[in-house]
Design a protein around this ligand. Structure first.
Ligand code: SF4
Length: 292
C-alpha cells in the first residue's frame, strides 16, 4: 500500500522495525512486480549514471549554447588545486560534483533527474562525495539512494515536484531534503534522524522562487545545486546530533505546498519575474534571441 505521509512512514518503520530503505525497496518491488534484488540493481544503475555524469562534468569545459555557463566547475577545481576549501575535502567534492552534474545537464549530457533535471546535482554530489571521502561501501549508497527516493516520493504525494507548480523549493529544495536524508542513512542515523534532517532542510528553503533567466535551466539553477548540496549537509549534521525541527515534517510539506500556491505565477518558471526580469537578464535575452 502506498505511503502517503511521513507519519505513515515513521509508523511503518517503527512497527515493522525496518529502515526507510527496506520499506522503499519492498514498496518498489511490489509495485514493479519484481524482486528486491532487481530493484537494487536498478538503483545501482542510477548510481553508476550519477557517477558518470560527475566524471564527464569534471572533465568538460564546454559551454552551453547560451555561452553563459559550463566552466564554473573548472574554475572551482582550479581554486581547490591552489588552495584547499575552508571546509575541507568533502566540501570541495560536494560543490565540484554538484556543479559538474548540473553543467552536464545544460550540455544535454546524461544525468539522473533526482527529483528533477534542474536539481540533478544535489543528491549525487552529496552521496558520491561523502562515500569517496569516508570509504562507504556501494551497498550503503544504494540504501541511501532508496532513502532519498522514498523521501521524494512521499513529498510528491502532496505536491508536484516542479518549479512551475511550487517554485524551486519543490525542485532544489526537495532535492536538498532528499540528500540530507540519504546522508543521514549513510552515516548510520535512524528513521527519526533521517526525517528530521529532511524537515530541517525543507524548512529552510521555503519560498524559494523559480525564475530562470530566458527560461533556460542555467541561471540561477546551476550554482543553486552547489548551494543546496551544502545545505543538505548542514541539515544532516544537525539531525545527527539530535537537533529537531519543531514543526513536524508533514506540516513542513503542507507549508511548502501552500507557499507554492501563494507564490505569484511570475515566480513559477514563467521567467516573467524575479531574476529573469532584471535589467541584465533582459539584456541577455536580447542578445540570445537577437531581439531589437
Ligand atoms: S530555478 Fe526553476 S528551473 Fe531552475 S532548478 Fe529551480 S525550479 Fe528548476
Amino acid at each position: 500500500m502506498a505511503i502517503l505521509s511521513f507519519e505513515n512512514l515513521r509508523n511503518k518503520s517503527s512497527t515493522e522495525n525496518k529502515p526507510i530503505y527496506v520499506i522503499a525497496q519492498e514498496e518498489e518491488a511490489e509495485l514493479s512486480e519484481t524482486d528486491i534484488d532487481v530493484v537494487r540493481l536498478k538503483v545501482l544503475e542510477d548510481l553508476t549514471a550519477m557517477r558518470a555524469a560527475i566524471k564527464n562534468g569534471l572533465k568538460s569545459t564546454e559551454k552551453a549554447i547560451s555561452g553563459w555557463s559550463g566552466d564554473d566547475c573548472a574554475k572551482l577545481k582550479k581554486r581547490y588545486r591552489n588552495s584547499e576549501a575552508l571546509f575541507g575535502k568533502v566540501f570541495e567534492k560536494i560543490t565540484a560534483f554538484a556543479l559538474a552534474t548540473a553543467e552536464e545537464n545544460l550540455r544535454m549530457g546524461r544525468i539522473v533527474a533526482c527529483p528533477t533535471a534542474g536539481s540533478c546535482g544535489i543528491v549525487p554530489a552529496v552521496i558520491v562525495a561523502v562515500a569517496e571521502e569516508r570509504n562507504i561501501p556501494e551497498s550503503k549508497l544504494i540504501d541511501a539512494l532508496l532513502t532519498a527516493g522514498e523521501i521524494g516520493l512521499v513529498v510528491s504525494n502532496k505536491v508536484r515536484l516542479a518549479g512551475a507548480v511550487a517554485g524551486c523549493q519543490a525542485e532544489c529544495g526537495v532535492a536538498s531534503a532528499m540528500a540530507a536524508g540519504a546522508l543521514v542513512e549513510m552515516l548510520g542515523g535512524n528513521t527519526d534522524e533521517i526525517l528530521q534532517s529532511s524537515a530541517l532542510a525543507m524548512k529552510n528553503i521555503l519560498g524559494l522562487t523559480c525564475d530562470p533567466v530566458c527560461g533556460l535551466v542555467e541561471v540561477p539553477c546551476i550554482k543553486r545545486n552547489a548551494f543546496l548540496a551544502v545545505h543538505a549537509v548542514t541539515a544532516a549534521e544537525l539531525a545527527l546530533c539530535g537537533v529537531e525541527s519543531k514543526i513536524p515534517i508533514d506540516e513542513v510539506v503542507d507549508v511548502l505546498k501552500r507557499t507554492g500556491e501563494l507564490m505569484s505565477p511570475l515566480l513559477k518558471e514563467t521567467s516573467l519575474g524575479g531574476l529573469a526580469k532584471t535589467k541584465t537578464a533582459q539584456e541577455l535575452e536580447k542578445v540570445l534571441f537577437k531581439k531589437d
